[in-house]
Each structure stands twice: as C-alpha cells, then as structure tokens.
Design a protein around this ligand. Structure first.
Ligand code: AMP
Ligand code: GLY
Length: 425
C-alpha cells in the first residue's frame, strides 16, 4: 500500500512510526511532516490544509490510503475531496467532522442519541447569554461554538469570569467566527478520561483510554495547552467502565450519525467526565489526541495500517486488535514561552542518548533541522518523549530518564505526568 499521512506533529510522527512497521506498506509519505518523521517517511512540502494540492499529490503518486492526523483538514473536507478523486481516506467527511467542528452539532447528536452529557443551551445573542449566566450562577462553562484550537472553553468558577468569556468570544471575537455563537453548559466534576475508538460507520473498535494533562504547569496550574503529557491505560478506567462508555456514548453516536446519513468513519475520541452520576460526554473529537496517540500506539501489537484500511472498507465487524500488556507514558517537551509565545530557534541536543534509554521512543513535533542536521525548536510543543514499561512507574522512570539526557536549556516539561495514577496529587 502507498500511504500519505497528513500533519506535522507528534501524533503524526507516531502514526508514521506505526504504519512503517506494517508488512502491507510499500511507500509512506507525510505532508508536511517534520525532521523526526523524515526518518521513517518521505516528507512532502504541502500544508495540511492545502487540500487541492494534497489530492493532486495523492493522484500523481497513486496513493491508496490517506491518513489525516489533525482535525482542521477533516472539518475542511479532506475526506470528501479524496473520495471524490477515488482515493480512500481514513477520516470522517466534513459533515461527520462537525462532531468536533461544532459544539452545537455534538450536543444535538448527544441529545438525539440519549448520550449522557452536561445540560446546555446555545446563544447567538450576547445579552441573552449574559442573562442566562446571571440566572444560573457559577460555576458554569462557556464554549465558543466553532473550532478554536482547543482554547475555546472557559470553565468559569465565578459569574464575572463567565461574563468576561461571553464578552471575549461574542463581542471582541477573540476566536473570530467560532465565537459567533456560544454553548453554555452545566459544570461537571470528576475524573476526566479520553476514550478512543476506530469506526467504520457502524462498528466501533476500542483503541483504549488515556489521560491527558492540559495545563502547562505541574500540579495542573497555568494556561490550557494542547496537552503536556499522557499515559495509558488509565487505571481508574476499568474494562467494565470502558465497555459501558462504548455502549452508552460511542455506539449511540455512530447509530445517530448513520441515521442522519453521515456515517462516522475514522477515529472517534470521546472526552468523558466520570461524574458521581456516571460517565458524561464532555466533547467529541474526530481524530487521535496529541499526545494521547503516541502512548496508545506504543501499546498496539496489531498492524495499524490493516486496521485503518478495514475502517475505510467498512470491515471492522470482523476485525480485532491486540495490545501489549504494558503501560505507556509520554512527556511533552515544549519551547520556553509555550503556550503564549514559544521561542523559536534554540538548539536541541542529546536525542540519541535519550532514545537509548530502554523502552524509550521519541516523537518529534515542532522541530526543524539545519542543513548540517542541527535540530532546532520550531514550534510550541516540540518533542513527545515516550516510554513503555511493565508498570506505569517504570514507564514514568524511563521517560523522565530520557528527558534528563536531552540537552535543551530553552525547553521545559511537566514533571508530574501520570502523577494522579501514581498516587501523587
Ligand atoms: P473541551 O474543549 O470541550 O474538551 O473543554 C476543555 C476542557 O474544559 C475539558 O477538558 C474539561 O476539563 C473542561 N470542561 C469542558 N466542559 C466542561 C463541563 N461541562 N464541566 C466541567 N469542565 C468542563
Ligand atoms: N490532547 C488533546 C487533544 O489532542 O485534543
């Protein structure tokens, strides 16, 4: 198979790393990729959102399967465009990607399918939104309806914060049109967990659960980020609970999407809150999480490429995945200043020594290489330093041993990834 992965982050590096191990693969490209990906795939200088050029490239190079990593090209219709050109693409159509692209769409689907979720209301008028907040009081959650690069959610502990969020989203339009409407919802408490499933429109194959760490600082302090680390499996998420979430959240969503004539194919990522009243849906994403993907794929024993192809073919009913009985943990190393204003250009050394720690796998995200091979920071999240171990503790020790070997004074990471599961905090 000739395969094109789309994206340039740690998630896409992990996808390429897993796909390259498949006996089905004859050629792997990644657009646009990064220097880490370049070690396993041929990088193509086409941006992830340049759909017309990606389709032309796929046609010219007889690509059999396209695997988009991030949500933006999916929401923009890369699957529709590839399929129109006769090329299989393992992701949802633009309509199905509204499960991530629009909070209102997701809430509608959840209500129609009977999926437990926070009570909510949608507002297109800022005055009405403010009146609702004053009526309901805090804590309360304000969400920009559209895509806001993971930053469009304000969990307001006071009424003032909630009102300020409405001003910022609806009046100042800090997220542009994504804030033309807001969803305001009930505040939920509990442990947060991410559940992943590979879907073929009808059947959902569980890909496991992981816990992310969204705040930039140790102890869950500081600004929200794309994710500073993850581990899998999450010990508080029993097989029983996973089964219940599949039956009550993922499968009803697939049935409802099929009923709407927009069957969901690709990776469905459910963000769940384990509340005292049972698991409730916080959000859907229509792709792997980053860095959750990195730790999930480190535990996968089966051929990822065969599974992605089966999802495209609608053949998951007869498919099974096997997993290593190990724990995996990933630590994101970010450039100083992330998430507000990451510094670019600092030199990163010591990756070979770090990768030599047993069980360690390093995935690149925002890196760039000079002509002489010198590696530099070129983004916010720069590396995901991952490790597997027989126990989560071993995975933690190995990952942080590797971090300690990386010579990059301008980089930083959290030191408490997996802390909750390891009983510290
Ligand atoms: P989202 O982008 O919808 O995942 O929201 C980002 C984060 O906000 C989530 O990971 C949760 O930690 C938090 N969050 C979202 N909705 C709620 C809610 N209804 N109650 C409490 N926290 C929430
Ligand atoms: N790490 C969370 C996400 O990818 O959305």
């Amino acid at each position: 198979m000739r395969v094109l992965v789309v994206g340039s982050g740690g998630r896409e590096h992990a996808l390429c790393w897993a796909i390259v191990a498949s006996p089905l693969l004859t050629k792997l490209w990644c657009a646009p990729g990064n220097p880490g990906i370049a070690q396993v795939a041929t990088c193509v200088p086409i941006g992830a959102l340049d759909i017309a050029s990606l389709v032309a490239f796929a046609q010219d190079n007889q690509v059999d399967l396209v695997v988009p990593g991030p949500e933006a090209p999916l929401v923009a219709g890369i699957t529709d465009a590839m399929e129109a050109a006769g090329i299989a693409c393992c992701g949802p159509t633009a309509v199905a990607a509204q499960l991530e692209g629009s909070k209102t769409f997701t809430k509608d689907v959840a209500d129609a399918a009977g999926i437990p979720t926070a009570l909510w209301e949608r507002f297109e008028d800022a005055a009405e939104a403010r009146a609702f907040i004053r009526r309901r009081g805090a804590p309360i959650v304000v969400k920009a309806d559209g895509l806001a690069a993971g930053k469009g959610v304000v969990v307001a502990m006071t009424e003032e914060e909630a009102l300020a969020a409405v001003d910022a989203m609806m009046e100042t339009r800090v997220f542009g049109e994504a804030g033309a409407a807001v969803v305001i919802e009930e505040y939920l408490t509990g442990d947060e967990i991410s559940l992943f499933a590979l879907c073929d429109g009808e059947t959902a194959l569980p890909l496991g659960s992981a816990q992310d760490h969204k705040r930039v600082g140790d102890g869950d302090l500081g600004a929200n980020t794309g994710g500073m680390g993850a581990y899998a499996p999450a010990p508080m998420f029993s097989a029983e609970l996973a089964e219940a979430c599949l039956a009550r959240v993922i499968q009803p969503a697939l049935r409802e999407m099929a009923r709407r004539g927009a069957p969901f194919r690709g990776i469905l990522f459910a963000g769940l809150m384990l509340t005292p009243d049972g698991p409730k849906l916080i959000e859907f994403n229509v792709r792997f999480g980053d860095p959750e993907c990195q730790v999930l794929l480190l535990r996968l024993k089966s051929d990822l490429l065969a599974a992605l192809q089966a999802a495209c073919d609608g053949e998951l009913r007869n498919f099974d995945l096997r997993w290593h009985d190990t724990a995996a943990l990933g630590v994101v190393m970010a450039a100083r200043g992330y998430p507000e204003a990451p510094e670019r250009g600092s030199v990163i050394r010591g990756l070979d020594a770090a990768a030599a720690v047993p069980g360690v796998q390093i995935f690149h995200a925002g890196t760039e290489a000079d002509a002489d091979g010198t590696l530099r920071a070129a983004g916010g999240r720069v590396l995901t330093v991952c490790a597997t171990g027989e126990t989560l503790r071993q995975a933690y020790d190995s990952a942080y041993a590797a971090v300690g070997r990386i010579d990059w004074p301008e980089g930083f990471c959290r030191h408490d990834i997996g802390g909750r599961a390891l009983g510290r905090g």
